[in-house]
Ligand binder design. Structure first.
Ligand SMILES: C[S@@+](CC[C@H](N)C(=O)[O-])C[C@H]1O[C@@H](n2cnc3c(N)ncnc32)[C@H](O)[C@@H]1O
Length: 242
């Protein structure tokens, strides 16, 4: 994002990317950050409070499926870990295209298009947990799980009429000793929530027992306590020139 450019952050969540994007475009630029959830907008407001960047960020409620902005309004659109949540993804990307000026860029970031490696050395268990999560997501998301939707991002961009598309994947890597932020994210967001009780029904008793031994923070065998622990987490960026 060039300094001085103007862009839209779709599905800003708690506002971290809006803040980073604003620091990249600088005070001559502008970032409009939207999210349909009033709670997320409030969280973003808290994240941005007292930051210099908040002066050139506009926060408001809104959905990526119907944007208020006029045609060709922004230099870029950023959409991170959101598109797979949107049932009408093609319609949303067509909206992103409509509000981007010719020569501008649409960035769709999706984590785990390729599954992460979070339980090194426990290949079968990790596969079972991932499979159970796909079943859970399928029930949540309808016919296609979020994982399948993420993998179809390229197809969605083409269907929305974009053609100049690049796919780029980076692997985020962490190793023991983990810092508190990484440890908390893996334990709370992945082990306790994604691989928590919500996927129990798709696992056998033996698989659940193994999951508890390896993933529960209090377990004597907790993998996050191991001094040989490491993990790999892929992040994919689909960028399309308008
Ligand atoms: C996993 S969070 C990602 C937040 C942020 N972009 C990030 O990467 O940290 C998904 C966000 O998408 C938002 N969302 C869901 N449906 C949306 C829609 N139709 N338009 C825009 N955002 C949407 C949710 O409210 C939530 O804040």
């Amino acid at each position: 994002m060039p300094p001085g450019s103007q862009g839209l952050d779709v599905g800003c969540g708690m506002g971290l990317y809006a803040l980073w994007l604003a620091s990249v475009v600088g005070p001559r630029g502008r970032v409009v950050a939207i999210d349909p959830s009033s709670e997320r907008i409030a969280e973003s407001g808290a994240t941005l409070e007292n930051t210099p960047e908040s002066k050139w960020i506009t926060l408001r409620e809104g959905s990526g499926v119907t944007l208020d902005e006029p045609d060709q309004h922004f230099d870029w659109v950023w959409c991170s870990d959101v598109l797979h949540h949107i049932d009408e993804a093609v319609r949303a990307v067509a909206e992103f295209k409509r509000v981007t000026r010719p020569g501008g860029t649409i960035y769709i970031k999706e984590s785990q298009v390729l599954p992460a490696l979070l339980l090194p050395g426990h290949l079968d268990l990790e596969r079972q947990l991932q499979r159970a999560d796909v079943e859970f997501q399928k029930r949540e998301a309808g016919v296609r799980s979020f994982q399948e939707r993420r993998q179809r991002t390229y197809e969605t961009l083409l269907e929305a009429g974009l053609s100049d598309i690049r796919v780029e994947t980076r692997i985020v890597q962490r190793q023991a000793p983990l810092d508190e932020v990484a440890k908390r994210y893996i334990q709370k967001a992945i082990f306790d929530r994604t691989w928590g009780p919500r996927i129990r029904e798709w696992l056998s008793d033996a698989e659940w027992e193994e999951r508890c031994a390896i993933c529960e923070a209090e377990s004597p065998h907790a993998i996050l306590r191991r001094r040989d622990y490491y993990c790999l987490y892929p992040v994919t960026l689909f960028s399309a020139r308008v």
